[in-house]
Design a protein around this ligand. Structure first.
Ligand code: KIV
Length: 316
């Protein structure tokens, strides 16, 4: 067990801290004002906290966690319970960003009433402020909106359709397909979707949809003309163990950083240079000088400053 008191640790104060909570209507207002929307995925407390503290507007607990966190081949295997578990962790970390939960494959593909019931779980049990669903499911978007659940649509390359698409391919590559995509986007907006992720589509198609839609578009592999951009956190920091797609920009090499840190740790343990005396707890001087008075004398105050509650657990 770590002695670090993680949840109550002081937050690095960021310019974003003073900004109001991002809501779904706020995203539309950003579009109206021409302010770009930043979005990233996050799947756990630590990464969500970093993303929120950096002032990112919209955090998606994406079903991409099936691949980048759980090691599945695609997104199809992840369950509602797994998505709820990760959404709760993210929600605990976030103060400002809009928290959107991805509905996993199978959780909204049957009866609309079942899909609404599953979406309600994300709001009630995990604190999601909106759900994201893939495909032109206009009736479902209407039903979710009627149930007071904000919806983010997702069109273009929809990873849950990988078997139907026969792989991950750029979509809407003909004028007809681009026009159909725009019709679908307009229908989702008309049904009440509050924002739309456009993935893996030609820049020109995304630009046209962005201009035509009253709601913000959030692009991933859809060019720079969308109202906002989203990336998978693990792509951004190189934690995917795979070559990056064309649309990914790596902003850090966490893989190299973590490798080096872990190797140094292993070497220090092997050479007995970790932990040092300074990294150890000590008996008070009086206990050391008077054998038999023992550990019940307790720890030096200076040695108990890490986290008293955790230390007591550990010592008992
Ligand atoms: O699951 C996910 O990470 C996503 C983004 C790629 C938009 O759906």
């Amino acid at each position: 067990m770590s002695l670090t008191d993680f949840s109550s640790g002081a937050r690095v104060s960021q310019p974003g801290d003073s900004l109001p909570k991002v809501t779904m209507p706020a995203l539309s207002e950003m579009k109206r004002q021409g302010k770009p929307i930043s979005a990233l995925t996050a799947y756990d407390y630590a990464t969500a906290r970093l993303v929120d503290e950096a002032g990112v507007d919209f955090i998606l607990v994406g079903d991409s966690l099936a691949q980048v966190v759980l090691g599945h081949e695609n997104t199809l295997a992840v369950t509602v319970d797994e998505m709820l578990y990760h959404t709760r962790a993210v929600r605990r970390a976030v103060r400002r960003a809009l928290v959107v939960a991805d509905m996993p494959f199978g959780s909204y593909h049957g009866a609309i009433s079942d899909a609404v019931a599953n979406a309600v779980r994300f709001v009630k049990e995990a604190g999601a402020e909106a759900v994201k669903i893939e495909g032109p499911r206009v009736e479902l978007v209407r039903a979710l909106t009627d149930a007071e659940i904000p919806v983010v649509g997702h069109l273009g390359l929809t990873p849950q359709s990988v078997n139907r698409m026969g792989g991950y391919r750029v979509q809407a590559r003909t004028a007809e397909a681009a026009s159909q995509l725009q019709d679908d986007a307009l229908a989702l907006a008309e049904a009440g979707a509050g924002a739309l992720v456009l993935e893996g589509v030609p820049r020109e198609a995304a630009a046209g949809i962005t201009a035509a839609l009253p709601i913000p578009t959030i692009g991933i592999g859809a060019g720079p003309d969308c109202d906002g951009q989203i990336l998978v956190f693990h792509d951004l920091v190189n934690l995917t163990f795979a070559p990056a797609a064309k649309f990914v920009r790596r902003y850090a090499d966490a893989s190299a950083l973590f490798h080096s840190a872990i190797e140094h740790y292993r070497e220090d343990v092997e050479h007995r240079t970790f932990p040092s005396d300074a990294e150890s707890y000590h008996l008070p001087k009086s206990a050391r000088q008077a054998p038999g008075t023992g550990a019940e004398s307790g720890f030096d105050d200076a040695d108990a400053i890490v986290n008293r509650d955790a230390l007591e657990d550990w010592a008992s």
